[in-house]
Design a protein around this ligand. Structure first.
Ligand code: GCO
Length: 442
């Protein structure tokens, strides 16, 4: 059973989240090519080499999708804009169709009484900028600031909140060290640069938006609980380092203007020259912080160069992408974020959800495991709110099934089922359960 709205503070907001490349249909509306198109076109990177060209065709079907959100009683919708849709080459020429599209989305939300929570980058870097080194190139901070200016001077007056970059860890580490996401690099120097430039771009975008008079600006970081795989001191140290570059690096830079010393030991030699001078920009004040949380990892030491550890299979129940279900991790991060970094600022759970083995049968999708997952994580939110942690809202990932990156269309995270042949939407049991919980005000 999901907790009812009435069991949360009066001003607590419920939302659902999506991202541009995962739902829009990047082939429509004059958008430029992105590094995800290139990554997907390279054999072995994405299941069945699928890409976001059609996705959910939200580009045309957004009124239907927003009607579903409104009918469920959501207060706020977290979505992202595509840089290459606004500026197909990443710099210079602006695609008027792209700006018009985001303008329509914002007004479509406002007409339905839903607050627009915008993220300016959710991973689809324009290919023309990837050619110039992408996140390895320090100039990306300026390019991103310019894109922010172009888009926000058009729609910034009507967004409820804005965050520059979704999940800096994924942009930098997952994509440049592990190579699992575009551009698929496995290179420590590229990683160190991306780890720094993504923060610099964040700070520059915050400055631009402040300059435009836009308020309610935040940062969205993903966090994964790192548990030692065994009782040894070496495993504890390995888990702590993992926690450092995954969970502490970005919030430490943004809220304290410093990088964690344990991580700098490994990345320091590969950092761009003069990085210290950028820390004040990276720490530009924000108004809230978003935590994306899904799972935990067990970490054990391993031979080899820094960081000299690896992930070990864990014993807990797992989702369809093999992620352990561990709501205690969400409690931990909400507490620590407030205690060590953001203080009294509002914290939002900006993503939380699971992939399920969801099957459409006779017009119904029984995704009871997802309802249980949401119930456990909402209970975790209630626990820390009762302790005084200022959590002000919760967004489910995701409103609907979509392009799940390297998993293509195979893994389903949605409250709403999407048939990727017909693009028909079917609300799942979890959608109906959440709707019942949200519409109950007493
Ligand atoms: C994220 C992701 C989403 C993923 C989700 C599930 O911000 O982590 O942005 O794009 O689809 O996390 O893997």
């Amino acid at each position: 059973m999901l907790p009812k709205r009435a069991e949360f503070p009066k001003d607590f907001l419920f939302g659902a989240a999506t991202s541009s490349y995962q739902i829009e249909g990047h082939g429509f509306g004059g958008a430029g090519r992105t590094h995800w198109d290139d990554f997907a076109a390279t054999p072995g990177n994405v299941v069945r080499a699928e890409n976001g060209a059609l996705a959910c065709d939200h580009y045309h079907r957004w009124p239907e999708d927003f009607d579903l959100m409104q009918a469920a009683g959501f207060d706020v919708y977290r979505f992202s804009s595509s840089w290459a849709r606004v500026m197909p080459e990443g710099r210079g020429a602006v695609n008027a169709e792209g700006l018009d599209y985001y303008d329509r989305l914002i007004d479509g939300l406002l007409e339905r009484g839903i607050k627009p929570a915008l993220t300016l980058y959710h991973w689809e870097l324009p290919s023309a900028l990837a050619d110039l080194g992408g996140w390895r190139n320090r100039d990306i901070a300026g390019w991103f600031a310019d894109y922010t200016q172009v888009l926000m001077q058009r729609i910034g007056d009507r967004v409820w909140s804005a965050a520059p970059i979704n999940e800096p860890w994924c942009v930098a580490w997952l994509s440049h060290f592990l190579g699992h996401h575009a551009p698929g690099l496995r290179d420590i120097r590229a990683t160190a640069r991306a780890m720094h430039h993504v923060g610099l771009a964040h700070g520059r975008a915050i400055e631009v938006m402040r300059g435009l008079g836009i308020g309610n600006l935040g940062a969205v970081c993903n966090m994964e609980y790192a548990a030692p795989a065994n009782g040894s001191a070496a495993a504890a140290a390995a888990a702590s380092l993992y926690d450092g570059y995954y969970n502490r690096w970005f919030v430490s830079a943004m809220f304290r203007g410093e990088y964690p010393a344990d991580v700098l030991q490994g990345l320091g030699p590969h950092m761009p020259q003069g990085w210290q001078d950028d820390m004040a920009t990276i720490a530009a004040p924000v108004d809230w912080v978003g935590v994306n949380y899904y799972t935990r990892k067990l970490i054990a030491p391993a031979p080899g160069p820094w960081p000299a550890h690896h992930e070990v299979d864990g014993p807990l129940p797992k989702t369809a992408v093999g992620w352990e279900i561990y709501p205690e991790g969400l409690e931990f991060f909400l507490r620590r974020t407030a205690a060590d970094y953001s203080g009294d600022l509002p914290i939002y759970v900006t993503e939380n959800g699971m992939a399920g083995a969801d099957v459409l049968r006779g017009g119904v999708v029984d995704d009871t495991p997802r309802i249980d997952y949401l119930a456990q994580h909402l209970a975790a939110v209630q626990t820390v709110i009762a302790e005084g942690v200022p959590v002000k809202g919760y967004f489910t990932w995701s409103l609907m099934d979509n392009f799940e990156w390297a998993h293509g269309y195979e893994k389903r995270f949605g409250l709403v089922h999407v048939d990727f042949e017909t693009l028909q939407r079917t609300p799942k049991a979890s959608y109906h359960a959440l709707k019942a919980a949200l519409l109950r005000r007493v």
